[in-house]
Design a protein around this ligand. Structure first.
Ligand SMILES: Nc1ncnc2c1ncn2[C@@H]1O[C@H](COP(=O)(O)OP(=O)(O)OP(=O)(O)O)[C@@H](O)[C@H]1O
Length: 312
């Protein structure tokens, strides 16, 4: 593999419209060598369009896309990019082995087709016709095509769609090996747990714009952070609780136990330490106190909901 100081991918103020839909809106981002990056966003956020722009399959209306310092086409011709697209049609009348063999033959730095098939978990179905595959098998074949040679960047659009849990796990184990060898991996996904578990960096896309860019932990922290829950005995002064510092959400529910009547309080706080400190400062005696981080899913919902509220 070659190394180069230029970013692997560089988007500078890239926009792309379809009619009056702004699919990608002023996107600026840069991927560094060796990163595993998740592109996360709800349906229609612009993930596929972003990947198509990166691969030169669509052209921007404005802004510039660079891949390894040049055009996408140059990078692809040089075999530096392997891609697995969402709906890429597979040739119907050929076998899995023939198709993988062709992809290897076309790659400037190919791997042996038998190794590629073994790695993608499709050696047992090598002689099967491509149009007879299940959805999950077809995805593995697409993955094999994306890894037919020694590419520096692997781009995957929702790669595990249609795979069951076991297939998904083995897919990501293989992908990790690719990343561990120093490749840059960019994948679009709906599965927040995949972004959380696999990616060093998460880009949250919404209506074509980049809403967040950081590690999963940073994104969780940015979204208003932590959940605090506890029980209080007797009457609860909800107004006093509402005045707690760094509070972003509060619910109080009745909780009658054998010990008497009381309430369960649930809080979201941007600074749990300060909130809990102030809670004791109110002279309260919280029982069963728990502090937990938001999941990436809740963080994602919080970030995109805040953006929706702003644009209304
Ligand atoms: N060829 C096209 N013609 C018209 N509109 C398009 C076209 N491609 C994408 N769009 C629109 O652009 C927006 C972004 O679509 P895109 O497919 O990039 O989103 P996505 O994040 O990949 O969504 P999904 O998760 O559903 O695949 C959507 O509103 C979509 O309807």
């Amino acid at each position: 593999m070659t190394t180069q100081t230029a970013p692997v991918v560089d988007f500078d103020q890239v926009s792309r419209n379809f009619g009056n839909v702004r699919a990608v809106d002023g996107l600026t981002l840069s991927l560094r060598p060796g990163e595993t990056v998740a592109l996360l966003g709800p349906n229609g956020a612009g993930k596929s369009t972003t990947l198509d722009l990166l691969l030169g399959l669509k052209q921007p209306d404005s802004g510039a896309v660079r891949v390894f310092g040049g055009t996408a086409r140059e990078a692809i011709v040089a075999g530096r990019v392997g891609a697995m697209l969402q709906s890429g049609g597979l040739m119907d009348e050929v076998t899995v082995a023939e198709l993988v063999g062709l992809a290897c033959a076309l790659h400037p730095r190919p791997y042996k087709a038998s190794d590629v098939m073994a790695r993608a978990g499709i050696a047992q179905i090598a002689s099967r016709k491509v149009n007879k595959l299940s959805g999950g098998q077809a995805q593995r074949v697409r993955f094999a095509l994306a890894t037919a040679g020694d590419s520096d960047l692997i781009v995957l659009d929702e790669p595990t769609t249609g795979m069951d849990v076991t297939a998904r796990q083995s897919f990501w184990a293989t992908m990790r090996e690719q990343a561990d060898q120093g490749r840059t991996v960019l994948f679009a996904t709906h599965y927040l747990e995949e972004a959380d578990a696999i990616a060093d960096r998460v880009l949250v896309l919404h209506r074509g714009r980049l809403l967040a860019d950081g590690t999963a932990a940073e994104i969780k922290a940015r979204a208003g952070a932590r959940r605090i829950s506890f029980d209080l005995e007797g009457e609860t002064d909800e107004r006093a609780l509402r005045e707690l510092p760094f509070l972003t959400a509060l619910t109080v529910s009745r909780n009658d136990s054998a010990a008497g009547s009381g309430h369960t309080v649930r809080i979201q706080s941007a600074d749990a330490d300060a909130t809990v400190h102030a809670l004791y400062g109110l002279g309260l005696y919280p029982r069963n106190l728990e502090v937990a981080g938001l999941g990436l899913e809740q963080a994602f919902v919080a970030i995109t909901a805040a953006e929706e509220a702003k644009t209304k």
